[in-house]
Design a protein around this ligand. Structure first.
Ligand SMILES: *Cc1c(COP(=O)(O)O)cnc(C)c1O
Length: 406
């Protein structure tokens, strides 16, 4: 992989027409170690967030030894880079053949359920493979309510009373049991975890079975951009959120149990930025070479404002407008699909034009893992960049504080 000091250097040297993923390995290592140091339990990276081989390899190098996996392809990727990492199979709804593969070929011994029929599946495979139930830990996922940018309890999770029945049943059969939840993604307030822990406590009290662990899921927020006309959102820092979470864990007396977290976004978001090119400027619209069917679907949902930094093409000699005038531009994606338009504008100097580049920051989570081959566009170019996105000039599109101070 080619290395550059900054994304600007890469853009000006390569003059790319295709999107270029800028990998910041040191940022990834730092963010992973930071999470590990703040969380009072085991850190299981959620592979779906970004399962690129170079990400998994870097995390293994940084000391991550536990992974939250959901499919045979994820089992395989983790095993390829770590022969002895522990994998937690945390998908509540699994194919029988995948359960068999997990238990038989990958040595997975931790799984999750939110329904009795899923217990039957696991038991059936364990018996067929002659695996002693007492060596398997089955977490019961409880449904939680809260405020995350993405609320996931609509799809998975057992209601508390149902979770109690599941735990009792698992215990009767002889499995080790645990309680888990996943409150959603990009959680914006500590109370979301507090409420989930209160539910977990209720379930624990009613079930009254020995517990092998509590898994608090993912959802920890990454830093993103915001509309420069509004203030920065008051998303808590990871330090604050973790200190609140540790307080809640003690308050609800879960601190004597082995704890697990499954962070995704917070670990990998800052590890990538993306260089895109403006293929055409049409008034206040920019047509770029990436979009919702490639790296930008997570921002399309409208929940996330990505920070954007202008990289002007020095070959463009004549420009119209005032470079210090920052305006919102509507961003249209690369495909012919009419929905391929970002819901949030990019804030850029009014001089931006056809042929310029834009570096989009903090794009490591749910970006390249969600890209499709729709319309034949599939970004797949990677470079390594030394300087973290945040260390450069203030991005025009998000850092309103710095912009206003100027
Ligand atoms: C997606 C997912 C995660 C990671 O969520 P983030 O918001 O990226 O931290 C963790 N656990 C489960 C079960 C998930 O589905």
């Amino acid at each position: 992989m080619e290395k550059f000091a900054t994304a600007r250097d890469a853009a000006l040297k390569l003059r790319p027409d295709v999107p270029v993923y800028c990998f910041h390995p040191q940022v990834l290592r730092d963010d992973a170690r930071k999470f590990v140091s703040l969380f009072p339990g085991r850190t299981a990276y959620a592979v779906k967030t970004n399962g690129e081989p170079l990400v998994i390899r870097t995390l293994v190098d940084a000391g991550i030894d536990t992974f939250d996996v959901a499919s045979p392809a994820e089992f395989e990727t983790v095993r390829r880079f770590s022969p002895d990492a522990e994998m937690l199979y945390m998908h509540p709804v699994k194919a029988l053949s995948d359960i068999r593969l997990a238990l038989e070929n990958y040595g997975i011994r931790t799984l999750v359920v939110d329904h009795e029929d899923e217990i039957v599946k696991i038991l059936r495979i364990a018996r067929a493979l002659d695996i002693d139930q007492t060596t398997i830990t089955v977490f019961v996922r409880i449904a939680t309510k809260g405020h995350a940018a993405y609320e996931l309890s609509k799809k998975f999770g057992a209601a508390p009373a149902h979770a109690v029945e599941l735990l009792k049943r698992l215990h009767r059969i002889g499995f080790k049991t645990g309680i888990c939840f996943h409150v959603g993604s990009q959680v914006e307030e500590s109370e979301t975890y507090e409420r989930a822990l209160a539910s977990a406590d209720w379930v624990r009290g009613r079930a009254n079975v020995p517990l092998a662990g509590l898994d608090v899921g993912g959802g920890f927020p990454a830093a993103y951009g915001h509309d420069p006309n509004n203030g920065a959102p008051d998303t808590p820092t990871l330090e604050t959120l973790m200190s609140d979470l540790r307080g809640s864990i003690e308050k609800w007396e879960f601190d004597d149990l082995p704890l697990v977290a499954e962070p995704g976004r917070v670990i990998v978001a800052r590890a990538f930025s993306l260089i895109v090119r403006v293929l055409l400027r049409k008034g206040r619209r920019l047509y770029i070479n990436d979009g919702i069917w490639a790296s930008l679907s997570d921002s399309w949902t409208g929940k996330i404002t990505l920070p954007a930094r202008f990289i002007p093409d020095p070959n463009i000699r004549r420009r119209n407008g005032d470079p210090s005038n920052i305006l919102p531009f509507k961003v249209c994606g690369a495909t012919c699909d009419s929905v391929d338009i970002l819901t949030r504008p990019f804030y850029l100097p009014e001089t931006v034009d056809t042929g310029d580049w834009i570096e989009i920051g903090n794009i490591g989570a749910y970006s390249l893992s969600l890209r499709t081959r729709f319309n034949g566009f599939y970004p797949d170019t990677f470079v390594e960049i030394e300087q973290p996105f945040d260390a450069g000039d203030a991005p025009e599109g998000s850092a309103s504080l710095e912009t206003m101070a100027d």
